[in-house]
Ligand binder design. Structure first.
Ligand code: C2E
Ligand code: MG
Ligand code: MG
Ligand code: MG
Length: 278
């Protein structure tokens, strides 16, 4: 069926489209009156090295609405980007994550890295670097304990401003990871232009490596590319021991996925942190 295509074409909506549009409207409305400190929380998913040592935590946003229930980030981040509210929400995330860094460090875990997803809208928002510097200072966060996860989409309509901000982050000592590597539409030239430390191989590649030769070849080649460029490779979405073993045989540096740990509330992650401190 023909979808809305602009111009002089007629838009035909299916019943599913209507349900989807209504849901988006409902979420947009709920978002307008969001109270970050009351409705948002962060989950943390552990990231391990090949020897099984806890290396870092990815902060993942959760929105609990009193009427709508749990709304996954996949549903609301884009809406928050469109409305510009991602700037305020992102600032809240950053501040929470830095306080978490402070708490883990005070438990003696001084080399755990906390990763925070960063929207392209936040990067180009005025005052982003100042806000970051203020939060780092207030929470006494060493910049090297913080990693921003950006996606290839920032390179598609990358402005000079994006590059300037990313270089400022590098100078400050904040780490930068390229998230969902391999599924974007950007050309590979961005790999030499971005000041990266880490590349996260997207889950959609990882999930087929044990049964599909082509996926295995792609991931193996991605890992050597990452190493040739001097970065570290993180495998996202590792769900089976077979995937883990295969990735390890290819020299993948870091692992994240349900096999090793789901995203958890801070209290649950603290038990993992205590193990790591032993
Ligand atoms: P992402 O950054 O690629 O995060 C990884 C997603 O994969 C998370 O989904 C995580 O729960 C899920 N995941 C991890 N391991 C596995 C696994 O083994 N199997 C499967 N099936 N899934 C796994 P989540 O938490 O729903 O987040 C979805 C996306 O929302 C994130 O993808 C990120 O792009 C975005 N997001 C989350 N938090 C934030 C935030 O604070 N700010 C921004 N801008 N985006 C965020
Ligand atoms: Mg991420
Ligand atoms: Mg990811
Ligand atoms: Mg991904």
């Amino acid at each position: 069926q023909a979808k809305a295509a602009g111009g002089n074409q007629v838009a035909v909506y299916t019943e599913d489209d209507v349900v989807h549009i209504n849901r988006m409207e409902e979420l947009r409305r709920a978002l307008r009156s969001i109270l970050p400190s009351e409705q948002l929380s962060l989950n943390y998913q552990p990231i391990y090295d090949a020897a099984g040592r806890l290396r870092g935590l990815e902060a993942l946003l959760r929105w609990q609405h009193e009427l709508l229930g749990n709304i996954p980030p996949g549903e609301f981040i884009t809406l928050a980007e469109q409305s510009g509210q991602i700037v305020e929400i992102g600032e809240w995330v950053l501040s929470e994550a830095c306080q978490m860094i402070h708490r883990t460090r005070s438990k003696g875990l001084t080399d755990i890295i906390i990763s925070v997803n960063l929207s392209p809208v936040q990067i180009t928002a005025p005052g982003f670097v100042d806000t970051l510097q203020r939060i780092l200072a207030q929470t006494e966060t060493p910049p090297e304990c913080l990693e921003f996860e950006i996606t290839e989409s920032i390179m598609i309509d990358s402005s000079k401003r994006t590059t300037t901000v990313l270089n400022a982050l590098r100078v400050m000592g904040v780490r930068i990871a390229l998230d969902d590597f391999g599924i974007g539409y950007a050309s590979l030239t961005y790999l030499r232009e971005l000041p990266l430390h880490t590349l996260k191989l997207d889950r959609s590649f990882i999930c087929h490596i044990t049964e599909q030769h082509a996926e295995a070849a792609i991931v193996k080649a991605m890992i050597s590319l990452v190493h040739e460029l001097g970065f570290e490779a993180v495998a996202e979405g590792v769900e089976t021991i077979e995937q883990f073993e295969l990735l390890r045989s290819w020299g993948c540096n870091l692992y994240q996925g349900y096999l090793l740990g789901k995203p958890m509330k801070e209290e649950a992650i603290c038990a993992k942190l205590r193990q790591a401190a032993l």
